[in-house]
Design a protein around this ligand. Structure first.
Ligand code: URA
Length: 238
């Protein structure tokens, strides 16, 4: 593939339409590796490229992989209806470059959510065949009993599932807190499994996906970070 012109590079990074990106460049709003460039036909090397747009620095990324510590009351759906979408928590360039959540968390579930504009990555991560374990911390309405833990480990029958679903692991963390690791990602799975076992989920937080721990990322609720190769390797996707 030939080298990309600067207007196309900006467009690929989510700075708007090609026409708009050309205007930004011609208006002197863009610098390449620290030097102002007003000719949109320039073809800078994208390797290690640093763009400055409206005074803000952006490293060129062919694809973006992001972890968000999702707060409650944000929706993962493409067309959110009752709450703002999770993309409103990220720079607007991400929506322009079609960054999407990898799978979904309920609007009231908090914690680790991955997002990307890499369709193959999203597909691979979401595939039911991949069996990436996901760890949740659930706050329960009634105390966590040994019987509840035993039931979740043995498997509970959800009414629209052909076979019982069981947790890969299940640990009582506190009087009303239980940590549950699931292999599948069925609709409302944790909440429905807790209900089927006779309890109720009052709050739910996803704390890890594969070997990627939310705590290790140091994100406050509502904060996000790029995922680098070493993070992706923890998901088994590098
Ligand atoms: N299980 C649920 O019930 N809700 C989520 O958001 C994720 C897993």
């Amino acid at each position: 593939m030939g080298k990309l012109t600067l207007d196309r590079i900006l467009q690929s990074q989510g700075f708007g339409s090609r026409k708009w990106c050309r205007e930004l460049i011609e208006d002197g709003e863009v610098a390449v590796n620290g030097e102002a460039v007003t000719d949109y036909r320039k073809t800078p090397d994208t390797n290690g490229l640093k763009l400055t747009v409206f005074g803000e620095e952006w490293a060129y990324r062919e694809r973006v992989y992001v972890a968000l510590n999702k707060p409650a009351n944000y929706e993962c759906s493409r067309k959110p209806s009752h709450h703002p979408g999770v993309l409103t928590l990220l720079p607007e360039q991400f929506a322009w470059r079609d960054v999407q959540p990898v799978g979904r968390l309920d609007h009231d579930t908090t914690g680790l959510l991955l997002l990307s504009d890499d369709g193959a990555f999203i597909h691979a991560q979401s595939s039911p065949r991949r069996h990436v374990p996901k760890r949740y911390l659930a706050t329960t309405h009634a105390p966590v009993t040994d019987e509840l833990v035993a039931q979740l480990l043995a498997g509970v029958q959800l009414h629209d599932e052909p076979a019982p679903l069981h947790a890969l692991s299940c640990l009582r963390r506190d009087e009303r807190q239980v940590e549950i690791v699931l292999e599948q990602g069925k609709y409302h799975q944790v909440k429905r499994m807790l209900a089927a076992a006779g309890n109720h989920c009052d709050a739910l937080r996803r704390v890890a996906i594969g070997g990627l721990e939310l705590a290790a990322l140091g994100l406050e609720e509502g904060e996000w970070c790029y995922l680098e190769q070493e993070h992706l390797a923890l998901l088994g996707n590098a």
